[in-house]
Design a protein around this ligand. Structure first.
Ligand SMILES: *Cc1c(COP(=O)(O)O)cnc(C)c1O
Length: 358
């Protein structure tokens, strides 16, 4: 067996130890005689898996008791609609627009009310607006932002102060990469396939007071209350993704939790940014004050070499480095599960490629 280093933006690499454990438990989970995939979600075996995963996540993120943790489906893209549907009172929604995923969230919210833009990246730049620049709308039902823009590689260096309105964050590509003060948020949501587990699971961490009875025109499955009242088992949840995410939470705890993970992520991203900045051959377009720890785009001085770079990288076992078409060049997604050796292998390859082609 030879495993490659997978720099995919999502679905992304999972910790090898977790995959091995899943393999060992695949046919017979803890003497149950079945695979987790075959279990009733209401049986005692799966209930214990579900409860352990939630308890471990609560511990990792220090989630206060007045927040529900919901294990949902539909991806972050469904949350783009669920957030306005569940929080709308005045029908005014405040959004910060810093890139592709912000834009998608905004266009979905427009179906349900009026969107007031609180701030944007500077024209033609890869940056985020400072707190002082945010135009907060006191009548808004919430303020929404995207802490990490997966495509542009922009990460907020601060948590916005939303004043009196709930702060809602799409943490799909940076959840669990470093500690966050959950109590500062009304809702944190994330699709699992980047930094949690396999595709199919979506996490929503929702403060109790934001879980309310909705009008009868809102589909049952789009109400947080439905899922909160039923411990995320109103219908069949994505059981195997839930289980694997639970294994990832245990892996994180073993490493030393989010403070330890953050140190590793800082080292990995600093090493790669330093390699990019020290060369005239590679460049990164993002303002150094808000560069992502998770998604690192880099452009080759000569775009004609992009194809050769990708082919040779792939040959060297460094896969899925092609950048998003809207940014061009390359993108290395280095989520929690990307080992430091993987980042070093990429840096070494880049130096060697530059020597031969630069
Ligand atoms: C990937 C991603 C999404 C979309 O997630 P789905 O689970 O595919 O709906 C939304 N927001 C961000 C920041 C992402 O990285």
């Amino acid at each position: 067996m030879s495993r490659i280093y997978n720099f995919s933006a999502g679905p992304a690499a999972l910790p090898e130890e977790v995959l091995q454990q899943a393999q060992e438990e695949m046919l017979d989970w803890h003497g149950s005689g079945m695979s987790v995939m075959e279990m009733s979600h209401r049986g005692k075996e799966f209930m214990s898996i579900a409860e352990q995963a939630e308890a471990d996540l609560r511990e990792l993120m220090a989630i206060p008791d007045n927040y529900k943790v919901l294990f949902l489906q539909g991806g972050a893209s469904s949350q783009f609609a669920m957030v306005p549907l569940n929080l709308r009172k005045n029908g005014i929604f405040n959004y910060v627009n810093t890139g592709s995923w912000s834009k998608k969230a905004i266009s979905e919210a427009k179906r349900f009310g009026e969107v007031a833009i609180a701030g944007t990246s500077s024209e033609g730049k890869f940056d985020v607006p400072s707190q002082e620049k945010l135009e907060l709308n006191g009548n808004a039902d919430y303020l929404h932002y995207t802490p990490n823009e997966t495509i542009q590689g922009i990460e907020f260096p601060y948590v916005p102060n939303a004043g009196d309105v709930p702060l809602v964050a799409d943490f799909s590509s940076s959840i669990l990469s470093h500690p966050v003060d959950v109590y500062r948020f009304g809702i944190i949501y994330a699709g699992a396939q980047k930094n949690i587990g396999p595709a199919g699971l979506t996490l929503a961490i929702v403060r109790d007071d934001l879980i309310t009875e909705l009008g009868s025109d809102v589909p049952t499955m789009f109400s947080y209350k439905t899922h909160a009242d039923n411990d995320s088992m109103y219908n069949t949840p994505p059981t195997y993704a839930w289980y694997l995410s639970g294994l990832v939470f245990q892996w994180l705890k073993k490493i030393g939790g989010l403070p330890a993970m953050a140190k590793i992520n800082e080292r990995k991203s600093e090493a790669l940014y330093t390699a990019i900045d020290d060369s005239d051959f590679y460049s990164n377009p993002v303002d150094p004050g808000c560069r992502s720890w998770m998604n690192i785009p880099f452009i080759l001085a000569d775009a004609e070499l992009d194809g050769t770079f990708l082919a040779e990288a792939s040959e060297a076992g460094l896969k899925t480095l092609k950048g998003h078409r809207s940014v061009g060049g390359m993108r290395a997604s280095i989520y929690n599960a990307m080992p430091e050796e993987g980042v070093q292998a990429l840096i070494d390859f880049m130096a060697d490629f530059e020597k031969r082609h630069g």
